[in-house]
Design a protein around this ligand. Sequence first.
Ligand code: ADP
Length: 479
Amino acid sequence: MLAPLNILLVTSEARPLVKTGGLADVSSALPAALRELGIDCRLLMPGYPRVMQQCQNLREIGHLDGLPGPSEARLWHGTMPDTGVPVYVLDIPAAYDRPSGPYQDATGTDYADNDWRFACLAHAAMQLCLPKSQLDWHPNLVHCNDWQTALTPAYLHFAGRPAASLMTIHNLAFQGVYPPSSVATTGLPADSFAIEGVEYYGRFSFLKAGLYYADWITTVSPTYAEEIQHEPLGMGMQGLLSLRNRQLSGILNGIDTSDWNPMSDLHLPHNFSQRAIAGKRKTKIALQRELGLEIRAEAPLFAMISRLTYQKGVDWALQVAPGILAQGGQIAILGAGEKEYETALRALAAAHPGKVATIIGYDESLSHRIEAGADLFLMASRFEPCGLNQMYSQRYGTLPIVHATGGLSDTVHAGIDGFSFNEPTAHAFWLAIEQALEAYRDPPRWRKLQKNAMRKDFTWEKSAREYRALYQRLVASNP
Ligand code: ADP
């Protein structure tokens, strides 16, 4: 008989309350999908102003004593405004009631007391698992997400492991690194500052604590879970991650398949499906018109929607662009980010009017029309923990051309539902583009590839089932 699963998912972000990255999407979609499977998953979040304002049915349920530092903490219970998932809110006005972002002030500087702020969150998560907790609900596993929550497994360890713990890495680049003196701020024992503990190259890393003390570690794709065990993608954590590789696995993120559904997408001028694909062609022509591209139904239309950063391989995209244009292709780019890439992409559009459209900015509605109207999607990330756009593309019959890394490698199968390249160079990228163009000129083959891509299952239910199996194993081995 399997124990019932009571999962406390602790996170600093959840859509639609607070979002700075993909973590917020996972933290809202996964608990909802788990609850659909009958798992009692509840959230714990900091009481940021937007959380206090937007949570529904908020009521105070108690106080928490014994948190690190001079904290007066109240605990509230509410529900997510869209999905109704239960949320515990940790209300410490001195820590979380600040007018700018969750981590930084209005000038973009990290708050000086982030160590204390997130130690409180992690400590509260641990306290909710103690037998003497005032809750009438007892979590048997805490699912921690990124560095802000990564002290939880350490606190659980020093409290005698009252619940199992899972540490998920959404972004290994953020590690919550502080001076050794911060250990005292968090209330962890001084001797935890050791290689076998929270020490990280002479400093104190919250993420390291999570990776060291958690019962299990996941990342958001199986291939990324492999890659981070080595340089350079391990970003300094590769030693510990390879040591723990028996307790490390990857579970792919899902996508919001109701938001991203070509049959009902309200952002599109025409809807379509795998069987009724004609609407895609009409959407392409409407997109060419909207972006000021030449109206040419037969021209292969390449798209890119991305943060414009080095990680995303924007420099490689700039290098392959002349080849695409020489083959009669068109390019539509939507993105924002580093100024030098924005300038170069604008210049590319200016030099090739009617053939290249560059839109600098963030525009969710346009991103749907580009995904739907394009034929091919360029995603040459140098590394990619999971990636979403390649999945949106496949669902819209827009075949992705990707660098075979991380989640891109796990979701795109070359010659079956997209195209890929291994070697991290612009030349390898170009060779994959040539293969894609060859397939594009062979309509029956193209239709087959599109069908394969459009049929894929990217629902959160699939991911939630994998998390459920993992939770069951971890709870069973934490008596
Ligand atoms: P990352 O989280 O590293 O930025 P992902 O592919 O996982 O990359 O997710 C990026 C998300 O942000 C996608 O939903 C993508 O469509 C969206 N996005 C990125 N840039 C823009 C933009 N300029 N306009 C609209 N949506 C964008």
